[in-house]
Each structure stands twice: as structure tokens, then as C-alpha cells.
Ligand binder design. Structure first.
Ligand code: NAI
Length: 309
């Protein structure tokens, strides 16, 4: 069973995407708002009946209903409004994430837990400290999204499918994100060889701004991309695929960094985030990566200390 905590836009889109792809036969949606997860579940069950999907969705306001989950996806919390940065949500969302972590620890102690709640690299740190699960089982979203955004923008210029591109984005999911087109590949050839310097700068900028662009256009933040990204992660875990997907994971010496969650390429399998892939960064790339890491560390300082132990 896969449980999604937070039946808002990201939670509902994730449930729909998991259902469409039949990643599991049972999905549970939990939210604190009465009726919301139950209503979403009913609608999703109708969608499953129409499309002939063998998936049952349950909606609940009771955290106990996550019992038996092998994957828990946390999409609960405040989302940014136009003009806000993700970092500004840290203090308020830390309280929500810490409270949910206590429930997950109680009812799904063997689960693999993924989280979108922003600022995600900071919130997943709060989650990790509170859950006290092994690091493989605590995973922050959104490298899967940021990398594919980079691939999408590049594909629009060079006319090659995004699926042919292996994109690299490192560090923070935020304004200090570090997209690396020189390390991204099109079938073994660096992406930078397909693009001019100006085009590279443009896709980097667009990738960093993508979330804000969506929020500014429609006045609420992204949900379809996150739902799709969480689906490939859950699917890779469920089927032990050993797929390489970027995610925010706890670094314990990899990339010369300790005690921080940032986006890096990771092997996904039945144990969760099984292995970090370490890229060889040159001096300039390393400097930019460390700047991004520092931004996450600085944002952590805005979280009340009781949520960091
Ligand atoms: P939303 O406002 O549509 O939904 C949030 C839901 O969380 C609401 O239904 C609310 O009732 C629920 N909730 C709040 N506290 C809860 C608790 N203690 N237990 C259970 N449910 C609770 O927001 P949306 O758009 O779904 O975004 C959710 C989070 O994901 C936000 O923090 C947002 O910034 C983040 N996000 C992260 C992305 C990423 O790439 N990491 C991408 C998009 C959103």
C-alpha cells in the first residue's frame, strides 16, 4: 500500500498518476480536512472504474490508516503564493512535518518515506531527524522534477526528445539550485555541445524559475510534474528497478559534504535511495555546488531548533 499524507493538489495528482500507472493496488489518502480525502478517493475510484485500473483508493482523516504502508508520501503543508520563495515556508512547515513524522514513526515504522513539502531539502532534514529511520528510507523530492525541467527546456531548443537527455541538477531545490548542462548528456555527448552559451544560460534560468513561473501564471504551485516524479520514484522502489533518479538525500561524506540533504543522482530500488552517484566536479562546478549546499544550511537556521533533533 502507498499512503499519501496531504490530499491537496500535489497529493491528489500523485494519487492519480500512481493509479494510472498501477504502481500499487492500494492507495490511501490522508488529510486533516474532513471530507477532502474521502471525496478525492471517491472521484479517483470512479476514474479507476472508467479506465479499468485495478487500484482502490481510500480517503481518511485518521493517521492510523497508513498502517501496512510500504511507501509513505508526504505532500502536506503550506505551498508558496506568487512572489514567495520556498525558503520562506520553513518555520511553519517544520511544525507540520515534525507532527506527521511522529505519526509515520508510530504507524508505518518500516516504510520508505518521501516528501515534497517545501523547502523540501530542509523539510526532509526535519523528517529524518524526527523519524530516525536509516537514511535510505527518507527521501526529499524534487530532483526528478528539476532534472526533467532542464531536459524539457533543452529539448525545446535542440529538437531531441527529453527522454534522450540525461540531465544533471545539483544542490538545493530553490533559488540556489545548480543545473549543470555541461554534465548533462545526450546519448553520451555533453548537452553543452548542442547549445550556445546564451542558450545554456537560458535553460539554466528557466529551470531555476520553472516553479515560480507556474505559480505566477496560475496563482498556485506545480502539481502534475511532482505527481509524475513521485510516481517514477515509487515505481522504482516497488519494482526494485535500480533506476537512477535525482533526489534530495542525506549526504554522509559523499561530495565531501556531511549532515545535509541536497539533490544528487541516486540509485532507486527496494531499499529506497540505495546509493548516491558521485559525479566528478571540476573546481568551478564544486564551488557552485557548495554555494547551493550553503543555501540549504542557511535555510535550516530559520527552523525552530526543537524540530531539528
Ligand atoms: P495544497 O495546499 O493544495 O495541499 C496541502 C494539503 O496538506 C492540504 O489539503 C492540507 O489540508 C494538508 N495538510 C496540512 N497539514 C496537514 C497535516 N498535518 N496532516 C495531513 N494533511 C495536512 O498544497 P500543494 O500544492 O499540494 O503543495 C503541498 C506541498 O508541496 C507544499 O509545501 C508545496 O510547497 C510543496 N511542493 C513541493 C514541490 C517540490 O518539487 N518539492 C512541488 C510542488 C509543491
Amino acid at each position: 500500500m502507498i499512503t499519501i499524507i496531504g490530499a491537496g493538489r500535489v497529493g491528489a495528482s500523485t494519487a492519480y498518476s500512481l493509479l494510472m500507472n498501477e504502481v500499487d493496488t492500494e492507495i490511501t489518502l490522508i488529510d486533516i480536512v474532513q471530507g477532502l480525502p474521502q471525496g478525492e478517493a471517491l472521484d479517483l475510484n470512479h476514474a479507476a472504474a472508467i479506465l479499468g485500473k485495478s487500484v482502490t483508493v481510500k480517503g481518511s482523516n485518521d493517521y492510523k490508516d497508513m498502517e501496512g504502508s510500504d511507501i509513505v508520501i508526504i505532500t502536506a503543508g503550506l505551498a508558496r503564493k506568487p512572489g514567495m520563495t520556498r525558503e520562506q515556508l520553513a518555520a511553519q512547515n517544520a511544525e507540520i512535518v515534525a507532527g506527521i513524522a511522529d505519526q509515520v514513526r508510530k504507524y508505518a515504522p518500516n516504510s520508505i518515506v518521501m516528501l515534497t513539502t517545501n523547502p523540501s531539502d530542509v523539510m526532509v532534514y526535519v523528517l529524518y531527524k524526527r523519524l530516525k529511520f536509516p537514511r535510505e528510507r527518507v527521501i526529499g523530492f524534487s530532483g526528478a522534477l528539476d532534472t526533467r525541467r532542464l531536459a524539457y527546456y533543452a529539448s525545446q531548443i535542440i529538437g531531441i526528445s527529453p527522454s534522450a537527455i540525461i540531465p544533471v541538477v545539483l544542490g538545493q531545490h530553490g533559488e540556489n539550485m545548480y543545473p549543470v548542462p555541461e554534465a548533462s548528456m545526450v546519448y553520451g555527448k555533453p548537452l553543452s555541445e548542442f547549445l550556445t552559451k546564451e542558450q545554456m544560460d537560458e535553460i539554466v534560468k528557466k529551470t531555476i524559475q520553472a516553479g515560480a513561473d507556474i505559480t505566477n501564471l496560475r496563482k498556485f504551485s506545480s502539481n502534475w510534474g511532482p505527481g509524475a516524479g513521485l510516481t517514477i520514484m515509487a515505481d522504482a522502489i516497488k519494482k526494485d528497478r535500480k533506476t537512477v533518479i535525482e533526489a534530495s538525500v542525506y549526504l554522509d561524506g559523499e561530495y565531501g559534504v556531511k549532515d545535509v540533504f541536497v539533490e544528487v543522482p541516486v540509485v532507486f530500488g527496494k531499499r529506497g535511495a540505495e546509493k548516491v552517484i558521485e559525479l566528478n566536479l571540476n573546481a568551478e562546478q564544486r564551488r557552485k555546488f557548495m554555494e547551493s549546499v550553503e543555501a540549504v544550511k542557511n535555510n535550516l537556521k530559520t527552523v525552530p531548533p526543537q524540530y531539528l533533533q
